[in-house]
Design a protein around this ligand. Structure first.
Ligand SMILES: [Cu+2]
Length: 70
C-alpha cells in the first residue's frame, strides 16, 4: 500500500507513517507507528519519503515487512 513517512526512530527501528486505507486490517487512512523488521532498508524511511509498504500484524504490533520507493 502507499505510505508517506513522517518520522523515523533509527535506534528502535520504528517509523511514524501515514498509510492509505488497509481494509484487511480494519484501518482507514491514518498516521501510526510501525516496527520496521530487520531486513528492510531503514534508510528508505526519511521524513517525507513516499513508499510502497507491506504490513503484517505481529505479536509485537504492526510491522513493515517490505518497503520500496514509489
Ligand atoms: Cu493504521
Amino acid at each position: 500500500m502507499a505510505a508517506e513517512v513522517r518520522a523515523v526512530d533509527q535506534e528502535n527501528r520504528t517509523a511514524l507513517v501515514t498509510h492509505e486505507a488497509l481494509t484487511e486490517l480494519g484501518m482507514g487512512e491514518m498516521t501510526m507507528r510501525f516496527i520496521v523488521v530487520d531486513g528492510v532498508d531503514l534508510s528508505l524511511f526519511q521524513a517525507g519519503a513516499s513508499l510502497t509498504i507491506t504490513v503484517i500484524e505481529g505479536a509485537d504490533g504492526f510491522q513493515i515487512i517490505r518497503a520500496e520507493p514509489r
